[in-house]
Design a protein around this ligand. Sequence first.
Ligand code: SF4
Length: 265
Amino acid sequence: MKNYPRMITPSTEPYDPIQLAEATQQIVCRPEDYARKYTSVYIAGVYGGIATAYAVGCPLRCTFCWVDDSREYPERRGRFYTPEALVDALWDAVREGYIRKARISGAEPTLCKAHLLAVLPLIEDSLFETFMLETNGILFGADPDYAKRVAQYEKVHIRLSLKAATPEGFQKRTGARGESMELPFQAIENLLRAKASFHVAAMTDPRLMPQTERELLITRLADLDMMLAENLEEEQCDPYKATIRRLDAAGVDVKTFFSNAGLDV
Ligand code: SF4
């Protein structure tokens, strides 16, 4: 991809997230042994403790993203794990304790389809009881077959995070072309059709998303499935160092942005 997008600034040209996914996959997927890049694997405190693998690479460039700079520089960060090595690493993290939950988080876990589709049967056959897959929905929206194949695993629960409900909001907050906003909504339709276990989250922090857009998002979700709207997980933007850097680069006055939280940035 010409001009691989790094940090989004007010002058960054909007990009096509599918093209960015393809370009990123050239860097973070190793097709010959189904390996993919991760920065680390350890127990995270969320969900009451969960073994977490942090994936390298994303087809979006959200201004509020907390992921480290492996998002912008996937070629410099992380190391390759085969599916077997990844599941072993997740299990090693919890072996001595009582935790039986695992997830892939970090940037975008659905990059490297062949890798993920090789990891999931291993998880299904493991002693892990549940597996959380956190996604922005770009690839599940573009590829109904992918959504269907992931949905067949009983231990998998998907958390799909929406970034916007208008093309303008999507372009402003992700740097991607506004019309790509439809892909995550298409992903929801694909997951509903596949009867996947999933719920929807959304970055509805009022400092980022106007109330009218939030209402539009909830209405659109309710039109697809009332339960999804009722169980919507609303996200807040926290002042991680990476987030502050990205908001600043995007032209946001971060001191004002975080002043309501009483934080000294
Ligand atoms: S917030 Fe998620 S979808 Fe957005 S750039 Fe970061 S990792 Fe990608």
